[in-house]
Design a protein around this ligand. Structure first.
Ligand code: AMP
Length: 282
């Protein structure tokens, strides 16, 4: 497994693979890897000849006062996980390598970035798009893998790739959960035992929403009220948003028709967690 810390090293490794006609899958991450990330590596390994993983805590996708300074990191452990999954290249640049000053450019995807997480994190998706675009230009992968856990990010990246004709196929992978249902996240490491227990209200309310839809409920506001009530009854939870949106346009829908996304962002103490469920109705 090669470890590249500079753009030039990463490009050289990729160029060699390309010269051998090998297909490359890229898994962009911020590190502190868990089984969610591993599922992306495994999907990439199944569909490509070589897997590249980037481990980069991207400063431009954090807003002021967010957790950039305390974001969990353990690069040695990340390397062991990558090795175990047969990864061929780990790209681990510094912020200076990715954003050499003066850095004046950015990639922005309007409309899709505005709602949901974009409301409380107005600069987040511009940071995500800029870094993903750069990573794809550095590691010219055939396919890039993203988790459905970050459903808005996946929709925004898909749009960017289409709009900008980036020569890569975007693949979405299902949410990986803990045994008790909590979606795996590097940020779960922040939770106290009490907050960890309280956070189960996320998957519980998504299960409840699914049950209501299965029972024939089609009114979005009634489902949102039920979910909000459930979350509000959890003393340690503070709602950022509860929304039901069209799964492709990410625009709010009054009724459950076609594929919709039930999306949640909730604070437990200082930790903001997101989760979602995709429901496809005829
Ligand atoms: P992150 O390191 O949190 O930026 O995540 C890197 C990639 O892993 C993103 O595409 C995430 O959507 C994906 N990911 C994170 N957690 C999960 C999960 N529990 N299940 C599936 N994919 C995930």
């Amino acid at each position: 497994m090669r470890i590249a810390t500079t753009v030039a090293e990463a490009r050289a490794a990729v160029a060699q693979w390309k010269s051998e006609g090998l297909r490359i899958g890229l898994v962009p991450t911020m590190g502190f890897l868990h089984e969610g990330h591993e599922s992306l590596m495994q999907a990439a390994a199944e569909e490509n000849d070589r897997v590249a993983v980037s481990v980069f805590v991207n400063p431009t996708q954090f807003g002021p006062g967010e957790d950039l300074d305390r974001y969990p990191q353990d690069f040695e452990r990340d390397l062991a996980i990558c090795r175990k999954n047969g990864v061929g290249l780990v790209f681990h640049p510094t912020a200076g390598e990715m954003y050499p000053p003066p850095f004046y450019s950015a990639v922005r995807v309007d409309v899709l970035s505005a709602g949901l997480c974009g409301k409380s994190r107005p600069t987040h998706f511009e940071g995500v798009c800029t870094v993903v675009c750069k990573l794809l230009n550095i590691i010219s992968a055939d396919r890039a893998y993203f988790g459905e856990k970050d459903a808005q990010q996946l929709a925004v990246v898909r749009r960017m790739v289409l709009d900008l004709n980036l020569p890569v196929e975007v693949r979405g992978c299902p949410i990986v959960r803990e045994a008790d249902g909590l979606a795996k996240s590097s940020r779960n490491a922040y939770l106290s035992p009490e907050e960890r227990q309280a956070a189960l209200v996320l998957c519980r309310s998504l299960r409840e929403a699914r049950a209501l839809a299965d029972a024939g409920e089609r009114d979005s506001s009634r489902i949102m009220e039920r979910i909000s009530g459930l979350i509000a009854s959890e003393a340690l939870a503070r709602i950022d948003y509860v929304e039901i949106v069209d799964a492709v346009s990410l625009q709010p829908v009054a009724r459950l028709e076609g594929p919709v996304l039930i999306a949640l962002a909730v604070f437990f103490g200082k930790t903001r967690l997101i989760d979602n469920a995709r429901i496809s109705l005829p």
